[in-house]
Design a protein around this ligand. Structure first.
Ligand SMILES: [Ca+2]
Length: 252
């Protein structure tokens, strides 16, 4: 093996190690959702109920809703999930902040249902307040980690970075979960607040959430297309050193 060949092999090895280490660091720091399957109740999640609301978000195993007793689906995975329930008008938020590592691709996935026992379809007053006109729907938003204006009278979209699920209401009785995926890569390098928002003032409404997860993968790994360039740079460096007489060929 000539010196040029040896150096080429070293450069190729270095590039391979670089690729592997980039993958490893990504796995170690990938975005993760705490208790995304709600198997530990609502641990890791924050709940905010609009003042004067009836009801809240609850942990459930399915069967009958926690307060009003309406039939609700079995969990989409594991043995429990999060659901809203109530005895009267209210607005409820379930949220968690998620750190999205820079240099990675992030795909959010979550399972949901939106059981409106009034069968009236989504009614959107344009805000998430339960006390400003007919309002009966479920929506999912991405907001900044500093966002707190959940029930503002101006607009449901105020401060929203992205609407992940438009105002929705299914009929009754819902038999299972829907699945939504969303690309969070544009927010890589920041912490975002993932918010499940339900409002009702027309009748009983059960919004369910389960299986919330972010799948992260590396985007900054050196690709095979870069390797010839790296090897070429190594060969050029060796030739320069040889011309300067710093290093003699080890084999004739
Ligand atoms: Ca679960």
């Amino acid at each position: 093996m000539t010196s040029v060949q040896k150096l080429s092999a070293k450069v190729a090895t270095f590039a391979a190690v670089l690729a592997v280490s980039a993958l490893s660091s990504n796995v170690a720091h990938a975005a993760s959702v705490a208790n995304g399957g709600f198997e530990a109740g609502l641990t890791g999640w924050a709940v905010v109920d609009q003042p004067s609301s009836s009801g809240s978000w609850f942990s459930t195993g399915g069967g009958g809703s926690p307060q009003s007793g309406f039939s609700i689906p079995a969990p989409s995975e594991g043995s429990s999930y999060a659901v809203t329930d109530q005895f009267g008008p209210g607005s409820h938020v379930l949220f968690q902040d998620v750190l999205l590592e820079a240099g990675s691709k992030h795909t959010l996935k979550f399972n949901w249902f939106a059981q409106d026992t009034t069968n009236s379809g989504p009614i959107d007053a344009g805000t998430m307040t339960a006390f400003g006109g007919a309002n009966q729907h479920f929506r999912v938003d991405l907001v900044a980690a500093t966002f707190t204006d959940w029930f503002g009278a101006s607009s449901s979209n105020a401060g929203v970075l992205a609407n992940l699920l438009a105002p929705t209401a299914q009929g009754s009785t819902v038999s299972g979960f829907n699945t939504t995926t969303f690309d969070l890569t544009p927010w890589a390098g920041s912490t975002v607040r993932l918010a499940f928002r339900e409002v009702d003032n027309q009748g009983f409404f059960q919004a369910g959430v389960d299986g919330v997860a972010v799948n992260s993968s590396a985007t900054a790994v050196p690709t095979p297309a870069l390797l010839p360039g790296l090897i070429g740079m190594g060969i050029a460096a060796l030739r320069k050193r040889k011309n300067e007489g710093v290093e003699q060929p080890s084999e004739a």
